[in-house]
Design a protein around this ligand. Structure first.
Ligand code: HEM
Length: 302
């Protein structure tokens, strides 16, 4: 909610140089809270489900506790399919909100420079912000206008309509957004394939699927980071969109060294947590393999 407020501030008025709350509910349920909340929660379901599917696939490939692994693969796959398909709609809902509330961000996400009627959706392209163009592009005509407005000939505002000082770093936003969409689409195809194999009862010993499921395990983690890069770099040069520039937001009370120290501390704590997490997961997996070595594993039912 705090992040959404910084993206799409609401429920405040400016008194002198301060933003003061005028409506709590408008501030909390500002225009991007709901789409961001739903998109992020669904992203967590995808991440969790891919994790379960990946570990289960590894256990099946190694024939470790195959019955349990088969069950968790099934549950993980069903959750993954639902979460991935739903994400397509939630992502779309989020993109429409960005178009309505942060048009310069959308223009950077889609690398639209000129205002364009019947704007095409870029599948691939090399963006060149210096020359305000996209090279080597592969695009689907009218699709962007249709997706954003429901009207294939509607106008999409390009970056040239905004002062260059209000542009986000176009390359970072464009190249972080595109892989999210492409991988989001690939997740749908992959999990639908898994569901089809599950229906036929062959998923448990389809080695290609199981291997790919292991490879896919870290991808949602990466996609989450790409999504956040799109959202936060896309907000630049504003810390509070349209109100306060990041450059003007540096604290005059807290010295830079203290900010650096707290940042370093956060990084260290998170590295420690990551290390602990990998240690615990590895320990858990080892206990699975030890059980297997001791001959305690449940016979494969698959
Ligand atoms: C399937 C097509 C998808 C579309 C159309 C889509 C759309 C979007 C959009 C427009 C944003 C930027 C929001 C902003 O700037 O405020 C965003 C951010 C984000 N996306 Fe996606 N996304 C898709 C797939 C995914 C997937 C598969 C994941 C994760 C597994 C994901 C995770 C995120 C995260 C964590 C953010 C940052 C938080 C936020 O602002 O919502 N997205 N997405």
């Amino acid at each position: 909610m705090a992040n959404s407020w910084m993206q799409t501030p609401a429920g405040y008025h400016i008194v002198g140089s301060r933003a003061e709350l005028t409506n709590f509910f408008q501030a909390v349920f500002n225009p991007s809270t709901l789409p961001r909340y739903l998109h992020t929660i669904d992203a967590s379901f995808i991440t969790g489900a891919f994790f379960v599917v990946g570990i289960s696939a590894w256990m099946l490939l190694k024939n470790r506790q195959a019955e349990m692994a088969g069950k968790s693969l099934r549950i993980g796959l069903v959750v993954a399919v639902i979460a991935c398909v739903v994400q397509l709609f939630l992502g779309h809902y989020h993109a429409v909100q960005v178009a309505n509330t942060q048009p310069a961000k959308l223009a950077a996400m889609e690398a639209v420079f000129e205002d364009e009627q019947g704007a095409s959706l870029l599948l691939f392209g090399l963006v060149d912000p210096e020359n305000r163009t996209v090279n080597n592009k592969i695009a689907v005509p009218y699709l962007l206008s249709w997706l954003i407005t429901g009207e294939p000939h509607a106008e999409i505002k390009g970056l040239n309509s905004f002062p260059e000082t209000d542009w986000p770093p176009v390359k970072v936003v464009f190249y972080s957004y595109r892989p999210m969409i492409i991988l989001g689409g690939a997740f749908i195809l992959f999990t639908l394939w898994g569901l089809w194999l599950l229906k036929g009862g062959t998923v448990y010993n389809n080695r290609l699927f199981l291997r790919l499921a292991m490879i896919a395990l870290p991808l949602p983690f990466i996609v989450n980071q790409l999504g956040w890069i799109t959202a936060e770099v896309g907000r630049q040069p504003w810390i509070v969109y349209g109100l306060l520039r990041t450059a003007d937001a540096a604290s005059v009370n807290v010295p830079a060294a203290q900010i650096l120290a707290s940042l370093v501390m956060f990084v260290l704590i998170y590295i420690l947590l990551l290390g602990l997490w990998i240690f615990l997961i590895a320990k858990e997996l080892k206990s699975v393999s030890d059980a297997n070595v001791n001959g305690k594993e449940v016979a494969s039912a698959w």
